[in-house]
Design a protein around this ligand. Structure first.
Ligand code: SAM
Length: 264
């Protein structure tokens, strides 16, 4: 006898977003979450903690299934919830680096079962990272595209590969406002009603400029700048209230966007 649940079996445990019933026993209290997020003491505490750990390169300390993931663990927890709930067929990510977030997405898609795929785009996939990702047990779930995410030919190739499949998009490459604005224009059309478009490193808006060394982005020129302009022009998306309120310790404040309608 074994109590081991196979990956294929686990896939049957999840329910498509459209059909997912609310769990009446979920201990989450939405009113408490809302009040926590609005509490100035809580806001000051996470801002203080964030400023204190940035110089120690906190986000560089983690890995997922053996690959370094340049993320806060809280964000991976949130992404896990979202992927499990929404069950995209494809996850498109800009910014591969060492592959940790791409392997994370591939691992979630593998658990969901079926023909799912994580597509990563990076302008420079270093040889040692490519070799490690290609040798990873989840490599069959991963497609890497080398090129700039804002190159029209790259975006067209990715859009063609996604085809008619449902997609979630995570933007985590160059963090200037112009670059992210272009990525939003190119990749947001992949995201259908109920699915997520996550824009990482919006937190740069709140960062102490002196802690940003040798980077073209900073307060006033970062992913949040692009998200604000995007949302003002694109009523198809909204900031997901629950994630925005409950995460707190995130690199993506106001960056968890949910599509309200299908693209035209
Ligand atoms: C913050 S890292 C990505 C981290 C990764 N998502 C993770 O969680 O581990 C940013 C990556 O974006 C890539 N990048 C920079 N400019 C780019 C561009 N124009 N197109 C695609 N990728 C780009 C860099 O090469 C780098 O690997």
């Amino acid at each position: 006898m074994t109590n081991k649940v196979s990956v294929d079996k686990m896939a049957t445990l999840s329910t498509p977003a459209s059909a997912a019933p609310l769990d009446p026993h979920d201990p989450k209290d939405r009113e408490l979450i809302r009040r926590m997020a609005a509490d100035p003491n809580v806001q000051a505490a996470w801002k203080g903690a964030f400023d204190s750990i940035v110089p120690y390169r906190y986000a560089y300390n983690w890995s997922w299934l053996g690959r370094p993931a340049i993320q806060f663990p809280q964000d991976l927890m949130a992404l896990q919830e979202i992927i499990w709930r929404t069950q995209p067929e494809v996850i498109v990510e800009t910014g591969i680096a060492h592959g940790g977030s791409l392997v994370f997405s591939a691992s979630m898609l593998a658990l969901l079962g079926g023909e799912r795929e994580a597509i990563g785009i990076d302008i420079d996939v270093r040889a040692h990272n490519r070799a490690a990702i290609e040798a990873h047990p989840l490599a069959s779930k991963i497609t890497m595209v080398e090129g700039s995410s804002v190159d029209d030919a790259v975006a067209a190739a990715v859009r063609a590969r996604v085809g008619g499949r449902t997609a979630m998009v995570v933007l985590d490459s160059n963090h200037t406002a112009d670059h992210v604005a272009r990525e939003l224009a190119l990749y947001a059309p992949l995201v259908r009603a109920g699915f997520f478009l996550v824009v990482m490193d919006t937190v740069v808006e709140y960062q102490d400029p002196s802690s940003i060394v040798d980077r073209p982005w900073g307060p006033g020129n970062n992913p949040m700048t692009a998200v604000d302009a995007f949302l003002a022009a694109e009523p198809r998306f909204t900031i997901d209230e629950e994630y925005d309120a409950k995460l707190l310790f995130t690199v993506a404040p106001r960056g968890y966007l949910r599509a309200l309608r299908d693209p035209a």
